[in-house]
Design a protein around this ligand. Structure first.
Ligand SMILES: *Cc1c(COP(=O)(O)O)cnc(C)c1O
Length: 407
């Protein structure tokens, strides 16, 4: 396995250099935003109660807006997850009678539950009279040419998922997002373009709002929290839209002007600062896994040299047994809960049973080395994260060894 490791590392050296280059540009982007906004120790002070006039919270919003090229941002630990941030944006902007569409085929599992059309779910958008249609992918890609026939004048919001999620389709590049948003606006200028940005942040040097998306949202315990954020989510975009979302997060009239930080500010600032580097570590882990498992005879998405639009590496393991073995090995090579054996379970918000390996410092944080998979054909495991490439490599080699040992 060690020989194989060195062969793979030699083959992917150019890809690693490209990843480093992106990390350097994004570090400069974040650093410049921090300098311009004069971030200071005073912004790290904790707030309690209603937290009116919390300058740390206000500055963090301004900082995220700057980094994402957006008019406004809502960055909060009160978002319990990425799904919550995405749902808050959808419920904030959509009104009864509006139509929501997905332009990237079936959305991520938990979003399907929020939307409520694929399967009934209490409190879903469907219950509030939001209709929904999805544009099927064409050969695994967004059917950009079909957008002009698909949208109607009453389409209020178009959901665009950047990452592959739990599917084998390719993630979107930022250039793809630019073309999709342009196609939407050419057909229906009023239609809000909203990007599910989970797992995509800092994979490239531009972000969705910079290329024409009206709004984007994601999780702080993925890329953008840099492995330091203890929980939370964010929404960025046009000021009017972010404001609408803020009334859904808290209450009409209150919006983003309340919300105690309870000791988290420094971690959110510092996490954003380290996020370009951490994302690069995770990307290198993904590239290495693609190289190694390709050599062991498994299909990987993407290939080691393939375009990366997110930090996820899918590996088709072709059986439930191998899936479980792989996840157990990742868990075994984790710094936390290494003794636990993950089992497939009915996770809230997911339709199929899901197995998850996440021996992480922040519970379930998938910017840390983690692997998960819905138990369904073709039994692909979705591997992501790694606070350090060294750890990612150790875990990936451990998983490969576990599969080889059981042959
Ligand atoms: C992770 C993820 C989400 C949100 O998931 P949470 O676990 O709720 O943070 C949404 N969409 C995609 C594509 C994701 O990868």
């Amino acid at each position: 396995m060690i020989d194989l490791k060195n062969i793979v590392l030699a083959e992917v050296a150019d890809n690693f250099r490209r990843v480093d280059d992106v990390a350097e540009q994004n570090t400069l982007k974040v650093l410049n935003a921090m300098r311009r906004l004069k971030i200071s120790d005073a912004h790290f002070k904790t707030s309690t109660g209603y937290a009116y006039g919390d300058i740390g919270r206000e500055k963090l919003d301004a900082l995220f807006a700057e980094v994402f090229g957006a008019e406004a941002a809502l960055v909060r630990t009160q978002f319990v997850s990425g799904t919550h941030a995405l749902a808050t944006a959808l419920f904030g902007v959509l009104r009864p009678g509006d139509e929501l569409v997905s332009l990237t085929g079936a959305p991520y599992d938990t979003l399907q539950t929020v939307i409520g059309h694929a399967h009934a779910a209490q409190g879903s958008l469907k219950e509030f009279g939001i209709s929904y249609r999805e544009l099927p992918l064409a050969g695994g890609k967004v059917d950009v040419d079909a957008i002009k026939h698909f949208l109607t004048p009453k389409t209020k919001l178009a959901l665009i998922q950047r990452s592959r999620g739990y599917s084998l389709r390719e993630p979107l590049s930022v250039a793809d997002i630019e073309r999709i948003c342009a196609a939407v606006k050419a057909t229906n200028p009023q239609c809000v373009t909203f990007v599910d940005n989970c797992y995509g942040e800092f994979v490239e040097t531009r972000e969705p709002v910079e290329v024409g998306a009206d709004m984007a949202a994601g999780s702080l315990i993925k890329n953008i929290g840099g492995g330091l954020a203890p929980t939370g989510g964010y929404i960025v975009g046009k000021a009017a839209l972010v404001e609408q979302a803020s009334y859904r997060l808290t209450a009409p009239g209150m919006g983003g002007e309340l919300g105690a930080s309870l000791g988290t500010p420094r971690l959110l600032y510092q996490g954003l600062f380290t996020a370009p580097h951490t994302t690069a570590q995770a990307l290198k882990g993904a590239i290495f896994a693609a190289g190694l498992f390709g050599k062991l005879g498994y299909k990987t998405h993407p290939l080691p040299e393939g375009m990366r639009g997110d930090i996820i590496q899918a590996i088709e393991l072709r059986s439930a047994e191998r899936l479980i073995k792989f996840c157990r090995a990742i868990q075994e090579f984790s710094p936390v809960d290494s003794f636990a054996a993950p089992e497939p379970w009915d996770m809230p918000g997911y339709a199929d049973k899901v197995i998850m390996a996440a021996g992480t410092f922040v519970q379930g944080a998938s910017i840390e080395l983690s692997a998960d998979a819905p138990l369904r054909e073709p039994y692909a495991v979705y591997l992501q994260g790694g606070l350090t490439f060294e750890h990612a490599a150790i875990g990936i080699l451990g998983a490969a060894q576990a599969l080889e040992d059981s042959l």
